[in-house]
Design a protein. Structure first.
Length: 459
């Protein structure tokens, strides 16, 4: 599809590229995380991985500042790769492009495919999403922007209800979010947020839906939604922290909820396009189970955690992944009209789910286990069954895929960092009970044991 073009690809997680290499001539992947799987991909496919974690031996909770460190660490190697590359050189940023990446692309006359950082930051501000919802006449959870120090919990509870959620304007994966149900919790949130202005709204519960979509100049493509997993104790996450996505369990939701989510995403996608945003974006919706209404609460102007399993599932089903359509349209390889003709195909359900395990939030941890990325079935044995990195490598029910996020032995993991992701083409979450299905809960226990995390002194 892309011919002989040289493509450098930037994203936080390097394994997001695994669903792309079949279609795109990736030459270099710049990322923050690291894994032994990247060594295998380099040997088999010749793709170079420039990983910050490989250089430092440390993994942090996601923060944008870490992305700025990748290019400076590997500048000499990246410049050498650019000098050796063919004339058709492109660098694609799946998330906000660091300034250092833009500078090196300009220096070498390399096309940088990325949205303006200032636009991405503006769109990632919940203040602007709330304003857009009001402007478009879309549902908003009753709430208000305020400083917690200016009121007491009892006053806000009388106005909005006793169960509340407070959010900073910016946050990733649930960071910057605190749930409030008492005066003591309100005081603690006030200490953490200080004088920052936060959005305080009613807490409608944990049922959340995530969706990927593609904003083009002439239209918007909406994909199939997933149930967003958050706050699962088995995964090491407190309430509000992102744990993964289940596309299969979304099919258990009422059709009116799924249609509402898709329709709202379409309207917000047109709004994004009117601002000049192009490419993949995502939305998180909270579902009011009492009324079956969906409320958009987070806009992600980038590829998401759910994008990688969606891409791998689409690939395994013989479909063009939405992520590849994003890259192809912005590189001028596919016309928008060609992509829009397949809009209904992108909406079709996929069989995919993945779960993220998070480190404890109280201390640093060292990985003492040796858990290789591969296919596992812990009901059969604790060792890998076979190598694998795609859904097509899963052969039987009960098998899971430990992905490229598996850290190397000896890596230091910071508080709340993603310790591991595993994927499957089967349902892992029961919407009715809001819990992991039993055998996946058992797999989580085995994976924690295999990681063998040991607390270490604060870094």
């Amino acid at each position: 599809m892309f011919g002989s073009a040289w493509i450098g690809w930037f994203c936080w997680n390097g394994h997001y590229s695994l669903g792309l290499s079949q279609y795109c001539p990736l030459a270099v992947v710049l990322c923050v995380d690291d894994s032994e799987l990247y060594d295998d991909v380099e040997r088999c496919q010749g793709i170079q991985f420039f990983s910050l974690e490989r250089h430092t031996g440390r993994r942090f909770e996601r923060r944008d500042s870490a992305a700025e460190d990748v290019v400076p660490r590997y500048r000499a190697a990246l410049e050498e790769a650019l000098r050796r590359a063919a004339e058709r050189r492109r660098i694609f940023a799946a998330s906000m492009a660091p300034a250092s990446l833009a500078a090196i692309a300009h220096q070498y006359g390399c096309e940088l495919i990325a949205n303006p950082p200032e636009l991405c930051r503006w769109l990632g501000d919940k203040t602007n999403l709330q304003a857009a919802l009001q402007q478009l006449g879309l549902p908003r959870i009753p709430g208000k922007w305020m400083r917690l120090s200016e009121s007491r919990y009892s006053e806000i509870a009388r106005e909005l209800g006793t169960d509340l959620v407070a959010q900073l304007p910016h946050g990733n994966g649930g960071s910057g979010t605190i749930f409030l149900s008492s005066e003591a919790g309100y005081r603690l949130a006030g200490e953490l947020f200080g004088d920052s202005c936060v959005w305080v709204a009613r807490d409608l519960g944990q049922l959340s839906v995530n969706i990927n979509a593609l904003a083009l100049t002439s239209g918007v493509i909406v994909s199939c939604p997933s149930v967003q997993l958050e706050g699962l104790a088995a995964a090491g996450a407190r309430r509000g922290l992102y744990c993964g996505n289940d596309f299969v369990s979304a099919q258990d939701l009422p059709s009116e909820i799924l249609e509402d989510v898709s329709d709202q995403t379409l309207r917000l996608g047109w709004w994004l396009a009117s601002l000049g945003y192009r490419g993949l974006f995502g939305l998180d919706f909270v579902i009011d189970q009492a009324t079956s209404r969906a409320f958009a609460v987070d806009l992600n102007p980038r590829w998401q955690g759910s994008t990688a399993p969606l891409s791998l599932a689409e690939q395994s089903m013989g479909r063009l992944p939405l992520a590849v359509a994003d890259l192809a349209s912005r590189a001028g390889v596919l016309g928008e009209s060609e992509i829009l003709r397949s809009a209904d195909r992108f909406r079709e359900p996929v069989s995919a789910a993945h779960l993220c395990l998070r480190c404890p939030d109280s201390h640093w941890s060292r990985v003492d286990g040796d858990l290789r990325p591969a296919v596992y079935d812990f009901a059969v044995r604790d060792e890998p069954l076979r190598p694998g990195c795609r859904y097509s490598d899963l052969e039987n029910p009960g098998e899971i895929l430990v992905t490229g996020s598996a850290p190397r032995r000896g890596t230091l993991l910071g508080p709340r960092a993603h310790a591991l992701r595993f994927a499957t083409n089967q349902q892992i979450f029961d919407v009715a009970s809001f819990s992991l299905l039993p055998w996946y809960g058992q797999a989580v226990t085995k994976l924690w044991s295999a990681l063998a995390l040991q607390p270490v002194a604060a870094e």
